[in-house]
Design a protein around this ligand. Structure first.
Ligand code: PLP
Length: 413
């Protein structure tokens, strides 16, 4: 295809040949810091829901770069938006405004206030989920209070502030002391939350679905209770929708069906369909806490990233991808139930943010076996396989994976 031909000259001569993956992995080990361990594959191109590695092997991408590529690889609408924006105006810094940035801010403000459309909202643009959360963390300090209540099992990112709110000891401990006064309560426990929230509390931060913890869904009513508890003491409710937002669960925000409006909503992963962009959206009075000079960055809301975000939103709408996500998520859960495999305890999540819960701690090995068979999935914890495919995936493609599961599980019998 002509688009590929255009981008080919950038590539190393060795990019795609039998045995090339091994050579790239070796070079990766020499040149790239060892924060992720050895690469499980070396990918060189993608189209829609398909990926190809450096040896030319084809894969079905059921991870989508961790809930990022909602529209799959090389979606024509995103390509068009990014290419034409880059050719028109690529970057000017935040001393200046650009139309795509303003338009995207308006769309995200509306997205965060769908349950309460009269509430005003404003956006700060960041470049990642962690940076969106850092922004929100700083914003909470402007309440004049310092305590933040976070959830056990939480994941908010790897920068120092985001890490302070992240529960996992393995991620935190090497980097302590971390900023802030942070108290963790069990996820979904309304009584514990009420006990922890007091008039020293600046904010409560909650993922409406805990993706990194293995796609954990809180009990119905938890978000509404958190909304009430925070309102009673004048604390902010901060919803981290970095993974769950942007249509993946069948609504723009995973929190939308609860009827709750967060004072802060953070977004990133799927916002640019692979273009790095994050956003901290604040509603009501929280929208005006920052003043000039209090926060900033160089790239945030860059017109190219913003154009990607606008294309993502328009395409999800015009192609009806949220309804599709809801439908396909149900299909996946039903097909898994019909299989009646004793190794599978259940399928949790919403839309196409799904965790297949196993009865044994074999998820990492199972993900590896799936990769060998050409399916990209991952294991956020030892007993959970996570599926976050592009929302353009077909029922037939999902069925292909379900049909392969019994054979994959048999390897661990
Ligand atoms: C991935 C994730 C983050 C961190 O985003 P990065 O872009 O990796 O910094 C924060 N919060 C949640 C809920 C996430 O899933």
């Amino acid at each position: 295809m002509s688009r590929r031909a255009k981008s080919q000259p950038l590539a190393d001569p060795l990019i795609e040949a039998p045995g090339a993956s091994e050579e790239w992995s070796r070079r990766y080990g020499q040149a790239v810091m060892n924060t992720f361990g050895p690469p499980q594959a070396v990918f060189v191109r993608g189209q829609g829901v398909k990926l190809w590695d450096a040896d030319g092997k084809e894969y079905l991408d059921l991870l989508a770069g961790i809930a990022v590529n909602t529209l799959g690889q090389a979606h024509p609408k995103v390509l068009e938006a990014v290419e034409s924006q880059l050719a028109t105006l690529g970057h000017v810094s935040n001393f200046f405004a650009t139309p795509p940035q303003v338009q995207l801010a308006e769309r995200l403000a509306a997205m965060a206030t769908r349950n309460q459309p009269d509430t005003g909202a404003k956006v700060f643009f960041a470049n990642s989920g962690a940076e969106a959360n850092e922004t929100a963390f700083k914003l909470t300090r402007l309440t004049g209070r310092t305590k933040v209540v976070a959830m056990e099992g939480s994941f908010h990112g790897r920068t120092m502030g985001a890490l302070a709110l992240t529960h996992k000891a393995q991620y935190r401990e090497p980097f302590e002391p971390l900023p802030g006064v942070v108290e963790f309560v069990p996820y979904g426990d309304c009584d514990a939350l009420r006990k922890a929230v007091d008039d020293a509390t600046a904010a409560v931060v909650i993922e409406p679905i805990q993706g990194e913890n293995g796609v954990v869904v809180p009990p119905a009513g938890f978000l509404a209770d958190a909304r009430q508890a925070t309102r009673e003491v004048g604390a902010l409710l901060w919803l981290d929708e970095v993974q769950s937002g942007m249509g993946r669960t069948g609504t723009w925000l995973a929190s939308e069906p609860s009827g709750v409006t967060g004072d802060i909503v953070t977004l990133a992963k799927a916002l640019g369909n692979g273009f790095p962009i994050g956003a901290c959206v604040a509603t009501g009075p929280a929208a005006d806490l920052f003043g000039p000079g209090m926060h900033g960055n160089t790239f945030g809301g860059n017109p190219v990233a913003a154009a990607a975000g606008l294309a993502v939103i328009d395409t999800i709408e015009s192609e009806g991808l949220m309804a599709r996500s809801d439908e396909l998520g149900r299909h996946l859960a039903e097909r898994l139930e019909d299989l009646m495999l004793y190794e599978i305890a259940g399928c949790r999540g919403a839309g196409l943010l799904r965790g297949i819960v196993l009865n044994r701690d074999i998820a990492p090995e199972l993900a590896k076996a799936a990769l060998e068979e050409g399916f990209v999935v991952n294991a956020p914890r030892a007993n959970v396989l996570r599926l976050t495919p592009p929302l353009i995936v077909t029922a037939g493609q999902l069925d292909g994976f379900i049909d392969a599961l019994p054979g994959l599980l048999r390897r661990f019998a």
